[in-house]
Design a protein around this ligand. Structure first.
Ligand code: IPD
Ligand code: CA
Ligand code: CA
Length: 256
């Protein structure tokens, strides 16, 4: 199946910047659940990209966070979009959120783009071709031990019943690693592991649009991503995600 090239898609994703940074729409908030919000920015970015992607490739299905998913055939190609990964950060003007777009070819993620419109950084990868940050090739760290490693944790904020088990795991990770971080954007966490700003990232119950684009960026940068049992990911389901520079993967899994 032919699909638009990555540079065309990056240009398209960059067009969302004014919809995110030059508007008051982040103050237009609807509550989806406890600590779970959607803003007018999320919906306007999704509406914009859905239409543009359809114009570019009408044959490709569209899976987006702020959208019903009943119509998706998981054996066929699909865009997987998180219009804003890091909505709480956006509402708090924290400047650490991203547009995350992946192309799923019907069996695996073929390409991914993670764009932070505040820092204007674009992380991207094409399966088999490499991973880049703003045109420069990126690679994971070469740290081999957890006690040399900086690990980002995700708190599964919308699943409060997971908190006890999550924080048990975080304590294990903290005790064995250099330190831990909590960023508020899973897509940026995965991209940061890919470019060597972090050595690992883990979070329970992420959705496909949280990790699809970041997963191919990470793998193409030499990293590893699995579920909490060390098994390959299913991109059509929620997953517990462990990601790393590869070398410390087994040690991170042991903390679980
Ligand atoms: C969330 C962010 C956050 C993570 C949550 C995600 P959203 O995505 O990635 O870092 O902890 O689990 O759901 O709701 O801002 O798109
Ligand atoms: Ca998300
Ligand atoms: Ca989102």
């Amino acid at each position: 199946m032919t699909h638009p090239d990555i540079q065309t898609l990056i240009r398209l994703v960059h067009e969302t910047r004014p919809l995110i940074t030059e508007t008051e729409n982040a103050k237009n908030i609807t509550v989806k659940g406890y600590a779970d919000f959607v803003t007018k920015v999320d919906t306007s970015v999704q509406d914009f990209l859905r239409k543009k992607l359809f114009d570019l490739a009408p044959q490709v299905q569209f899976m987006g966070e702020e959208e019903h998913m009943d119509h998706i055939d998981t054996t066929k190609p699909s865009w997987i979009l998180d219009p804003i990964d890091g909505t709480t950060n956006l509402i708090f003007d924290y400047h650490h959120s991203a547009v995350s777009l992946a192309y799923y070819d019907g069996s695996r993620i073929h390409m991914g783009i993670v764009y932070n419109p505040f820092s204007r950084e674009t992380f991207y990868a094409v399966r088999g071709e490499g991973a880049w940050l703003d045109g420069r090739p990126i690679h994971v760290t070469d740290h081999e031990h957890l006690d040399q490693s900086l690990i980002s944790i995700g708190t599964s904020p919308y699943d409060r019943e997971l908190a006890k088990d999550n924080f048990r795991i975080f304590l294990n990770v903290f005790e064995k690693s250099l330190d831990i971080r909590r960023s508020g954007s899973a897509a940026l966490d995965l991209s940061y592991v890919a470019c060597g700003r972090l050595d690992g990232f883990l979070e329970k119950n992420l959705k496909p649009w949280d990790f699809a684009a970041g997963s191919v960026i990470l793998e193409e940068a030499g990293g590893q991503i699995t579920d909490y049992e060390g098994k390959p990911l299913d991109f059509c389901k929620n997953q517990n995600i462990v990601s790393s520079n590869s070398s410390i993967h087994a040690s991170l899994l042991q903390c679980i």
